[in-house]
Design a binder for this molecule. Structure first.
Ligand code: G4P
Length: 283
């Protein structure tokens, strides 16, 4: 495995994840439903090896509902057990428990045939930053019947969250690094706020947001800001700034503040439920 290229702390994180994966039967990968492909790190396939897999499309509440359903079909056709969630909503967790059972059925049956006593499925959560891993684990543990103590061979501090006697979830998520060597992927991840500030400044990013939304969901920006979408992106932003009173001393438009407002309104769903990727982009 070529990990030389990654910074030191990433190497350590990967090593930790490799250790954790040895302890589990299943890897629950979380991605962002608005950018399900850009939000995944393809190296997870190698890291997870032949463990059972579950793919969670989280923040589904911020993504287009019709596109969400098409993504579930897309991943199901590729053999993934796949669930849409709003990790902040504990109600989402019932579907997750069911999906974990589905994804682990093969192993359970194999164990049974070998005459092994059934035991809970051990799972861990993994994903790139900000996809909702901690929120997911919190919602899950909110329903947990018990938190089990440290087990032999488990790093001190690691705990298992036991759910309904059938699932045990490692309390610490595996952190993957975002893959943004590709400009297109980097742009999408920056727009949803995963790699904020790392590759682009907010003003450039807001221009990109305007460009994308004009094509993806024509009329959305115009309806929200009362500014014509026929304007070029910089002129559009200027008008939004004027309308929102983002002015500097001397009456100049404060582009930084305008950009921050537009990005925040997109990320928080105030512009509506918008998916930046659709399965059709990948077929
Ligand atoms: P991480 O562990 O993967 O890094 O992500 P974390 O759970 O910290 O979640 C990152 C942000 O995304 C949090 O917002 C969290 O509330 C939000 N979030 C997580 N899951 C969902 C979801 O399904 N839908 C929506 N709409 N938001 C979700 P934050 O701005 O950091 O904090 P706060 O605003 O919640 O206080």
């Amino acid at each position: 495995m070529d990990i030389q290229w990654y910074p030191g702390h990433m190497t350590k994180t990967i090593r930790q994840m490799q250790e954790d994966i040895k302890l589990v039967d299943m890897v629950i990968e979380i991605t962002d439903a608005r950018v399900p492909m850009a939000g995944r790190n393809p190296d997870i396939d190698r890291l997870a090896g032949n463990k059972a897999r579950l793919l969670i499309l989280n923040k589904a509440d911020l993504a287009d509902e019709a596109v969400n359903s098409r993504w579930v079909s897309f991943f199901s056709r590729r053999g993934y057990e796949c669930v849409l969630t709003d990790a902040r909503a504990k109600g989402s967790m019932k579907a997750v428990t069911q999906a974990i059972e589905n994804a682990s059925r093969k192993k359970q049956e194999r164990d049974k045939q070998r005459g092994m006593k059934p035991r809970p499925v051990r799972a861990m959560v993994a994903g790139i930053p900000n996809v909702g891993k901690s929120t997911f684990i919190n919602s899950f543990s909110g329903k947990a019947t018990a938190k089990t103590g440290n087990k032999p061979g488990v790093t001190r501090g690691r705990q298992w969250i036991r759910l309904s006697g059938k699932v045990e979830l490692l309390d610490t998520p595996g952190l993957l690094w975002p893959k943004f060597e590709d400009q297109e992927v980097g742009e999408k991840l920056a727009l949803v706020g995963t790699i904020n500030d790392q590759i682009l400044n907010e003003e450039e990013l807001a221009i990109m947001l305007i460009r994308r939304l004009k094509t993806l969901c024509p009329g959305t920006l115009e309806a929200r800001y009362g500014v014509s979408e026929t304007l070029e992106e910089p002129a559009f932003m200027e008008e939004v700034g004027r309308k929102r009173g983002c002015l500097q001393k001397g009456g100049e438009i404060d582009y930084a503040r305008t950009a921050a407002i537009m990005l925040d309104e997109f990320r928080s769903g105030r512009l509506g439920r918008i998916s930046l990727e659709t399965p059709e982009d990948f077929t």
